[in-house]
Design a protein around this ligand. Structure first.
Ligand code: CS2
Ligand code: MG
Length: 406
């Protein structure tokens, strides 16, 4: 009788090639390894400790092939369910076990998820600038790179800084200090300015380029309804995170007033965070990610629920999700029937060196690796050269000092 394979080692690797990443590596007694992203921007060490102290001891001796049972064990066994720390830790284990399963089967993970449903994964990049002219230049550069969809973020006249406008044109990292930096916000300035930005972009680039915009949780439902209506002439693919999404029914009010599509979900951690939004078709794209929503196993469940309600995927893919998460996301993106878009904020060369991977960009698509498993790894020797550096996301206040949403 064949003895079942066992997990014999699992370790957390924290590295900072320009920004912090947390990676879980699992090793079987056959010497097969799998990796999972466990990065939670600004709270990296919380997930690292959760894995090291509370998860890894329970993994040693388990059968790595039992992905679902391990997921259920870690979810139900935690007692304290849900939340970004717990679900990022579970995600890392789940992702690493899918990597192992693919390697053992000799197949890229997308083949285990039902095979290709498309030739490539359409991605969107981030065009941003302090001024509208800078934005137009940035959009042109992404068009030249071959992107078929482009997110547009701009500075707001009268506000010194605002979300989404980076110092660098290709890379954007908001976690910029150990103690949160503070920025000021004015909804009035924002709502009165944004429509003119998209009017200029449409005038310059025509009516069919897919354009997106991230509101980043900063409005109330009625303000978001006003924004959505004011953007209707510019036919956005989506406006993202218009309001904080704890109150899922709040989106009914936005829906009553505007046809601008809505994308929400990068901060969601389980299907329960979005079940009402999806069931009532209050959103058009669900942006949950592999690393923050419980891994491939759980994210597939979310996408399958979304498919029943005309909702498509639009997974988060910012620089603070490692190439391990991006690699895993691409296998799901390639296989699911209701794929929408994949965010692709490029990683820096230093990050790509620490995380060698086989996915590649061509003609506006990302193509996952054909290697068995996820097609990504972590160079632990190189990772060790980049020690953790405390970094927090900014906070945001209204002009009168009231705490707001960043
Ligand atoms: C943003 C992110 O990419 C996005 O849509 O919302 O940049 C987000 O601000 C960061 O991932 C937070 O760490
Ligand atoms: Mg966002």
């Amino acid at each position: 009788m064949l003895l079942p394979v066992r997990i014999v080692d699992a370790r957390v690797i924290v590295t900072c090639p320009g920004r912090n990443f947390v990676t879980l590596k699992i090793v079987t007694d056959e010497g097969v390894t799998g990796v999972g992203d466990a990065t939670l921007n600004g709270r990296e060490l919380s997930v690292a400790a959760y894995l090291t102290e509370h998860v890894i001891p329970t993994l040693i001796g388990r059968d790595p092939a039992r992905i679902e049972d391990t997921w259920q064990y870690l979810y139900r066994g935690a007692y304290w369910r849900r939340g970004p720390v717990t679900m990022s830790a579970i995600a890392a284990v789940d992702t690493a076990l899918w990597d192992i399963k693919g390697k053992v089967a000799g197949l890229p993970v997308y083949q285990l998820l039902g095979g290709r449903s498309r030739e490539g994964v359409t991605v969107y990049g981030h065009a941003n600038g302090d001024t509208v002219d800078d934005v137009l230049t940035a959009v042109a550069s992404y068009v030249d790179l071959g992107y078929r969809a482009i997110r547009v973020q701009t500075g707001i006249p009268g506000l010194p800084v605002t979300y989404g406008v980076g110092k660098d044109k290709l890379f954007y990292e908001p976690a910029d200090a150990a103690i949160p930096t503070e920025s000021a916000w004015s909804t009035e300035r924002y709502l009165s300015f944004i429509p003119s930005v998209f009017a200029r972009v449409r005038e310059e680039f025509g009516p069919t380029l897919k354009l997106l915009h991230d509101v980043h949780h900063r409005l109330t439902p009625i303000e978001a309804a006003r924004l959505g209506r004011s953007l209707e002439p510019y036919a956005l693919t989506w406006m993202e995170d218009p309001v904080p999404a704890e109150l899922q029914e709040g989106f009914r009010l936005i829906r009553q007033h505007t046809t601008t599509p809505i994308a929400v979900g990068e901060v969601f951690n389980t299907i329960w965070d979005c079940e009402q939004l999806i069931r009532e078709q209050l959103i058009d794209y669900i942006r949950a990610t592999v690393v923050h929503a419980g891994g491939i196993t759980h994210l597939r469940r979310i996408f399958d629920l979304a498919a029943l309600h005309h909702v498509r995927s639009g997974s988060h893919g910012a620089t603070d999700l490692s190439p391990v998460c991006m690699a895993a996301a691409l296998h799901l993106d390639l296989a699911i029937p209701n794929f929408g878009l994949q965010e692709y904020m490029r990683h820096t060369p230093a990050t790509d060196e620490v995380f060698p991977h086989g996915y590649h960009f061509a003609d506006g698509y990302l193509h996952p690796s054909e290697a068995p498993g996820l097609g990504v790894d972590i160079d632990e020797d190189l990772a060790a050269k980049y020690p953790y550096r405390p970094a927090s996301l900014p906070v945001n206040r209204l002009e009168d000092g009231t705490m707001h949403n960043w």
